[in-house]
Design a protein around this ligand. Structure first.
Ligand code: ZN
Ligand code: ZN
Length: 265
């Protein structure tokens, strides 16, 4: 760093932080390009059933409903060129084909990770390289949601400026506002700043997941008092019930947040 600074003084270069290279053009394991399917059993392939690592997750057993004997044969790695393992592998390939395998993506999860960590230089280089607004991973999770989760208000502002939508939901119907309060605040001021940024950009304070979980419920469950107050001021409906008939107050009570339960009464 010092050397760089000296060099820039000597050579008159701009003293700027060098952007991190955004793209990995090919899969580092099996070498396929962006958008292509991995070689089957590549360690980088994601499981379309659980989102985990395909070659190590347990979905083959649960999805194919393997018998104890079949599971044992598989676990013991008995010769895979003959039944039962060859047959199980065949059934697994068909199950994956009908579910739809997840191809390699050059951008991978990195913009999401950068957003969560607040690495604005890296994130900007992904955006400049064409990472599109509201780009989501296989469960619909976006960099905006990650920024909200990481209490990265500056990143939220950056993404909103670059055309990201405050109300964009993931596959379960959770929005960035849900994610902003979906863990105990590490810094309540920053958490509220994130909530404010999203609400000001048009995020619906009464957005609900498919199970009827509201933003206020998440905030109540995780004991985020400042956020609860702010959401109530912004018009959050405390009387809303989820599909199990529970209100935000019920959740606060269940989790032992007595002061919040009083606030939500
Ligand atoms: Zn691969
Ligand atoms: Zn899986």
């Amino acid at each position: 760093m010092i050397f760089k600074r000296i060099k820039s003084l000597i050579f008159g270069q701009k003293n700027e932080e060098k952007p991190t290279r955004p793209t990995v053009a090919t899969c580092p394991d099996c070498g396929v390009g962006s958008g292509e399917l991995h070689d089957l059993f590549c360690t980088r392939e994601k499981c379309p059933f659980c989102g985990g690592q395909l070659c190590t997750c347990a979905c083959i057993g649960t999805v194919l409903k393997l018998s104890d004997d079949e599971q044992r044969a598989l676990d013991e790695c008995i010769d895979d060129s003959v039944p039962p393992v060859s047959e199980i592998n065949q059934r697994w390939k068909e199950a994956l084909r009908s579910k739809g395998r997840i191809p390699f993506e050059a951008f991978g999860n990195d913009p999401i990770r950068s957003a969560y960590r607040g690495e604005s230089t890296a994130l900007k280089s992904f955006l400049d390289a064409g990472y599109p607004p509201n780009a989501a991973n296989e469960v619909g999770y976006t960099a905006l949601m990650a920024a909200a989760r990481g209490e990265q208000c500056e990143i939220i502002h950056l993404l909103l400026l670059r055309g990201w939508t405050a109300n964009f939901p993931d596959h379960r119907g959770l929005t960035a506002l849900h994610w902003a309060v979906a863990q105990p605040a590490s810094d309540p001021k920053r958490q509220v700043a994130c909530v404010t940024a999203l609400v000001d950009a048009g995020a619906d304070v009464n957005a609900c997941s498919a199970e009827g979980v509201s933003v206020l419920m998440n905030a109540a469950w995780f004991g985020n008092g400042h956020a609860v107050k702010h959401l109530l001021q912004a018009g959050a409906d405390a009387s809303h019930k989820d599909t199990d008939g529970r209100t935000a107050r019920d959740l606060a009570t269940t989790r032992g947040h007595a002061d919040l339960a009083k606030l939500l009464a």
